[in-house]
Design a protein around this ligand. Structure first.
Ligand code: NAP
Length: 230
């Protein structure tokens, strides 16, 4: 399977590396490959992320392309862009390259413009998952993996004991495909909770404020939610 990851941050890189380790073809999309490769400073947001070029040197098989070319080549797409710019990134990817494809949406619509803590936008009566599905009706959007840190997404055993990953989406076949991918990442079948249609993305995006509070309290991100009594 050829995956196109939209997003060059820690999430895009971590998911890309895991997919490669599982034998998949992977390309990564960015606004402008030359600009991304020319960056020498670690990304300024959150935990410092090394420049993309150093990651690229360790993963030469993962081609860096424009959002549009990556989306054209990908059979399955992954949204790992900032949640407040995901619509811009997908617009740049070109609706014609999205038609009929599964989009695994990992993004959270966190707005840092007012400082810390960030707020969610959209929220309550809408979600980023729904906004993407509405804006690009040809996509088959599945929201998942957004409720944990990137290392846990692809290696759930980093967190001991039982813990959960959620699925939201309107397309049952798309959710089936994504469930298979989660199983291949090491998620036990019983840990995958299908919440229902894409409207349920509201709930999983709204856990971000408590997730951020917990990270601040613990001083690390290697934790996850476990739903008892499921
Ligand atoms: P990020 O820094 O949030 O996003 C990086 C990507 O956003 C880059 O590819 C960048 O493009 C793109 N971007 C920035 N401004 C843009 C614009 N104006 N138009 C189009 N694209 C733009 O990366 P991240 O930390 O890996 O997080 C990715 C997503 O996953 C976020 O939505 C985040 O909330 C969510 N998430 C993160 C974690 C985590 O562990 N960090 C966990 C769960 C969910 P260029 O490549 O061109 O710079």
């Amino acid at each position: 399977m050829r995956y196109a990851i939209l997003g060059t941050g820690i999430v895009g890189r971590t998911v890309a590396a895991r997919l490669v380790s599982l034998g998949h073809d992977v390309v990564i999309g960015t606004r402008d490959p030359a600009t991304t490769l020319a960056r020498t400073e670690p990304a300024a947001t959150g935990v410092p992320v090394p420049p993309y070029a150093s990651w690229r040197a360790e993963h030469p098989q993962v081609e860096l392309l424009t959002f549009a070319e990556a989306a054209r080549q990908g059979e399955v797409l992954v949204n790992a862009t900032g949640g407040r710019v995901s619509i811009d990134a997908l617009t740049a990817a070109d609706a014609g390259h999205l038609e009929g494809k599964v989009l695994i949406d990992i993004a959270n619509p966190l707005d840092f413009s007012g400082g810390w803590p960030p707020v969610l936008d959209p929220v309550n009566t809408d979600s980023l998952g729904e906004l993407i599905q509405r804006t690009f009706p040809g996509l088959r959007v599945v929201k998942t993996l957004n409720t944990m840190t990137s290392a846990v997404m692809v290696e759930p055993a980093r967190v001991s004991g039982d813990h959960n990953v959620f699925l939201s989406g309107d397309d049952e076949d798309a959710k089936k495909e994504v469930r298979e991918l989660l199983l291949s990442f090491g998620w036990p079948e019983a840990s995958i909770l299908d919440l229902g249609g894409i409207q349920t993305a509201r709930g999983v995006e709204m856990v971000l404020p408590i997730w951020l509070q917990l990270m601040g309290k613990f001083g690390h991100a290697d934790f996850n939610f476990h739903i008892q009594g499921a």
